[in-house]
Design a protein around this ligand. Structure first.
Ligand SMILES: Cc1cc2nc3c(=O)[nH]c(=O)nc-3n(C[C@H](O)[C@H](O)[C@H](O)COP(=O)(O)O)c2cc1C
Length: 416
């Protein structure tokens, strides 16, 4: 009775209210406010969608044709479920491993993405710095918007260079040579881009790189002032690695499909793998392997790494989801090559699944682009921290203390 009386007085009510409600400290920093709302990759995607002009967001987010490969890349992870073990003393967890003999903090590589500065003016510099802080390798695309030398100047962390085979092989040799001199440790040769996939969101918008200014882009820019201000007050975006070497260096707007058709060589073949070996003596990863047969052939030619990838669903629609290739490819090639699963990785638990099925590492593209577009370099830091925590949490909840303990018995195909 007495308790009831205390509660019903105004002071009592205020005390009760105080005991259950704690006001969040207001932050004057808009990036901080966005970061607080970004608990997952999907949150970063949502924030990036709000902040980036529609054409820019669609260039990053979109896939080929009906986008079935794009969707399946991530939903295929749900086809596998854990078989967790308990009571295994998981008080000390270690996510580190080695890739090509070099220690990394977790089995994750940031994949190459062309035109990264379209998400944020710092572009690849921000991504490279964040990768070094997180202890993971990052990759620079042939179509990158910061140069090999600029990346080397901001980070001595592990950096990989991605090669598109230009018709002008002399240009590729020059890029490979520059990568070597700048201390890059591995190269990807992208093999899934004989022609550019039909990305219909870009077709509909008449998307060019950089975006051509017209009435549509002016309106788009005006309703996304944060991005527009960042874009306008920084130096123009170019294909920084080929400036001075190619007449198409991005300084004037190009349609990506037409540009690639002009510059890239559809005659690329297995013979070129030998040519690449003759100009680069470090690890070579073929990026875009999509069958067991091609994995076997690559290994027979002495390739060091297999990038199981469908280019994030941006090339051939209805190409297989890379996570589903990991197990059969590992069974076929054994320990003869490093296997990297690329496409649809959105959580630390996805990394654990890929490792359990037989991958040595995963790589990811859109997650860091969303993070960059949503909150710049700090966004990439937070996304990578989330991945590491997610991997640790999954390891703790499944009874695995190290990457070596993440074995095949940890996952099984889900019964429908
Ligand atoms: C905007 C964008 C640009 C890309 N540019 C390249 C590129 O220049 N070279 C390349 O080999 N792959 C490129 N990719 C593919 C990525 O390297 C990677 O395979 C893909 O993003 C993985 O799928 P995810 O985005 O679901 O993680 C690009 C992907 C995106 C989203």
């Amino acid at each position: 009775m007495a308790r009831r009386a205390v509660r019903s007085t105004p002071v009592g009510m205020i005390n009760t209210f105080r005991s259950v409600v704690q006001f969040e400290k207001l932050s004057l920093d808009p990036v901080e406010r966005r970061l607080r709302k970004a608990a997952s990759v999907e949150d970063f995607r949502r924030i990036a969608k709000r902040r980036l002009p529609h054409g820019v967001f669609d260039y990053i987010d979109g896939g080929a044709e009906d986008e079935r490969s794009l969707a399946r890349n991530s939903t295929a992870f749900a086809n596998y479920e854990f078989q967790p073990r308990v009571l295994r003393d998981v008080s000390a967890l270690d996510t580190s491993t080695t890739i090509f003999g070099r220690t990394v903090a977790m089995p994750l590589i940031l994949a190459p993405t062309g035109f990264t500065r379209i998400a944020h003016s710092q572009g690849e510099l921000a991504v490279t710095r964040a990768a070094q802080r997180a202890g993971v390798p990052c990759s620079l695309s042939t179509m990158g918007t910061r140069s090999i030398e600029e990346l080397a100047a901001v980070s001595d962390g592990d950096k990989w260079f991605q090669i598109y085979a230009w018709r002008d092989r002399g240009l590729v040799e020059e890029l490979v040579d520059r990568s070597k001199r700048a201390g890059f440790t591995a190269v990807w040769l992208t093999v899934d881009t004989a022609v550019l996939g039909r990305r219909e969101r870009d077709v509909r918008r008449g998307m060019t790189l950089p975006p051509k200014i017209g009435p549509g882009t002016i309106v788009d820019g005006a309703i996304h002032p944060g991005w527009t201000w960042d874009f306008l007050r920084n130096e123009p975006i170019t294909f920084a690695n080929v400036v001075g070497l190619s007449d198409e260096d991005g300084s004037t707007a190009v349609n990506l499909a037409e540009h690639m058709a002009r510059q890239f060589d559809p005659a690329l073949s297995w013979d070129d793998v030998d040519w690449l070996r003759s100009i680069w003596d470090g690890p070579i990863v073929l990026k875009g392997i999509q069958t067991v047969d091609d994995a076997k052939q690559a290994v027979s030619m002495g390739v060091d790494g297999l990038g199981l990838s469908n280019h994030g669903g941006r090339q051939l629609d209805d190409a297989p989801a890379p996570i589903e290739l990991v197990e059969p490819v590992r069974d076929e090639v054994g320990d003869a090559a490093t296997i990297i699963c690329d496409g649809g990785v959105r959580r630390g638990s996805d990394i654990v699944k890929a490792i359990a099925l037989g991958a040595d590492a995963v790589s990811m593209g859109r997650p860091y682009l969303y993070a960059l577009g949503a909150a710049g370099e700090r966004g990439v830091d937070q996304m990578l921290a989330n991945m590491r925590e997610g991997m640790e949490r999954t390891m703790a909840l499944t009874g695995r203390r190290s990457v070596a303990e993440i074995d095949r018995s940890l996952v099984r195909r889900r019964r429908r």
